[in-house]
Design a protein around this ligand. Structure first.
Ligand code: XBP
Ligand code: MG
Length: 236
């Protein structure tokens, strides 16, 4: 039976990428005097590299391989990423993004039903805390038992590491959980950890079939907890 819901953050809890992360990266570039600008389409391509620091490094390798080979490149991108995080947290404070439809209700219903819940994400912990604070207030932090985020593990999604990290700390077996993810990399991460995964498509998911999911939805709007239980039951 289903014991826990493991939630992805970006794209799943909220549409944070286009109006949040992407905008914050661009503002950080501007502030640093860099003439880089990521439009929505380019950003969709860059999302194939998960993790902001990793994404910046991959970008530098693409546009300036010489600078990327320099010994200080990683530290430089890490500093730029720190600014990006501060800007992103500030954008959230100014309500640049809210939760996706249906999310708040499912979180509450799951808690009321005694399901355990946790976060399994690639993003920086401060971003998760801020999103929860701003959208759910104090009640948000009581919803999630554990937040698995960012550099908690060496390998980000699509590696299964963050899911394994969360499962281990919650002392749960993969089949006792249902993961909710919006991206191919997220689905791959959950599946590789053996966790049944529901795909909820977001702005950047695209239309291609993604194998290995228990369900494939355009949104969680109107979705009932019982449906999540049914998808999970069919998978295990
Ligand atoms: C999505 C990501 C993140 C964000 C940027 O994470 O790949 O890297 O785009 O966040 P998920 P940081 O869907 O797993 O929540 O800049 O903080 O890395
Ligand atoms: Mg995601």
């Amino acid at each position: 039976t289903l014991k826990a819901l493991l939630w992805d953050v970006d794209g799943t809890l909220a549409e944070t990428e286009d109006h949040g992360h992407r905008v914050a990266f661009n503002l950080a570039f501007k502030e640093a005097g860099l003439r880089w600008r990521w439009d929505s389409e380019l950003y969709g391509d860059l999302l194939k590299v998960t993790g902001g620091k990793e994404r910046l490094m991959a970008w530098l390798e693409r546009v300036d391989p010489q600078a990327a080979a320099a010994p200080e490149a990683a530290a430089r991108m890490a500093r730029l990423h720190e600014r990006k995080t501060a800007i992103y947290v500030d954008l959230l404070a100014r309500r640049a993004v809210g939760l996706r439809p249906g999310v708040s209700r499912l979180l509450d219903d799951a808690q009321a039903a005694g399901l355990r819940q946790a976060i399994a994400t690639t993003t920086t912990p401060a971003n998760v805390t801020q999103l929860i604070d701003v959208t759910l207030g104090g009640r948000g932090h009581r919803l999630f038992e554990i937040v698995g985020a960012g550099d908690a593990v060496p390998n980000k999604k699509p590696a299964p590491d963050i899911y394994r990290w969360v499962l281990e700390r919650m002392r749960l077996e993969p089949h006792e959980c249902l993961a909710v993810e919006d991206s191919r990399m997220g689905v791959e991460a959950a599946a590789a950890a053996g966790v049944p995964v529901l795909l909820v498509r977001s702005r950047y998911t695209g239309t291609a079939t993604i194998p290995g999911t228990v369900g494939d939805l355009p949104s969680l709007e109107g979705v009932r907890l019982q449906q999540l239980r049914d998808w999970h039951a069919k998978a295990v």
